[in-house]
Design a protein around this ligand. Sequence first.
Ligand SMILES: NC(=O)c1ccc[n+]([C@@H]2O[C@H](COP(=O)([O-])OP(=O)(O)OC[C@H]3O[C@@H](n4cnc5c(N)ncnc54)[C@H](O)[C@@H]3O)[C@@H](O)[C@H]2O)c1
Length: 257
Amino acid sequence: MGDARRALVTGGAGGIGRMIVKRLAASGYHVSVVDIAGAEGEKLTAESGAVRYTQGDVTDPKAVREAIEDAREGRTLHAVVNCSGISPKRDGRNPLLTEIDLAEWERVMAVNLTAPFLVIQQAAPHLEDGVSSIVNIVSIMAKLGSAGPAGVAYGPFSPSGAHYSASKAGLKNLTASAARELAPRGIRCNAVAPGFVATGMAAATSGKLEATTVAQVPLGRAATADDVAAAVWFLVSDEAQYITGETIDVDGGWCPD
Ligand SMILES: NC(=O)c1ccc[n+]([C@@H]2O[C@H](COP(=O)([O-])OP(=O)(O)OC[C@H]3O[C@@H](n4cnc5c(N)ncnc54)[C@H](O)[C@@H]3O)[C@@H](O)[C@H]2O)c1
């Protein structure tokens, strides 16, 4: 275990995060998780193969520092995955711009954008030159923005609100900055943009809107959490050593470039 590559997955107790933990642990990574999910999160991540769980809110710089120190055990970190995120809904549908108050807007920005900034900033000194990499989980909605109510939306329907889309667009751009700034050290930073994943936060989407969304996907189904985890696994691997600043869409062809 002393020589194992160390990984930190934020939001690792969630539907997608647990599959990322599982993939990395199965590849021999020594995986740590930071999540706000409490004892249940600790149990679930242990079942996925995580060796350590730190209870914490990633919008709190102190909690981020503690999670990084726990994960690196005095050594370097090889993989950092920003997977924590929130997407507030209204009775299973996307909130409209006029329904989002300032507190909700600021919380979404704090969790989905500011927290990954804190994690990248604090982890960077502990990454290994020429080896380590960061992956941010964004969303296909970073390209699209939110949509109106189902039935009157133009283009692909979005099950998330404008705050969520804006935060993920910001994180996609932060990915490019981190990639460019860390490149001189040979450290890579990429993003994975899932479409509709049939797990985790998508469980709060109403069945009707899920059907509307999945009907727009050319491959004819929602993503699995493991579809997303496979892309993360590839990006942190040595197979991806010439890929940085990139966002890989894992959306079944829903929103092609
Ligand atoms: N499910 C989808 O359809 C979908 C689509 C596109 C992108 N995503 C993104 O994938 C990631 C994982 O989503 P998921 O579907 O697994 O949702 P999820 O709700 O199951 O997982 C999110 C995890 O983040 C944790 N978390 C939330 N706020 C936190 C905080 N302040 N501090 C620490 N941990 C916190 C939660 O406890 C949870 O374990 C998110 O970033 C999400 O935006 C999901």
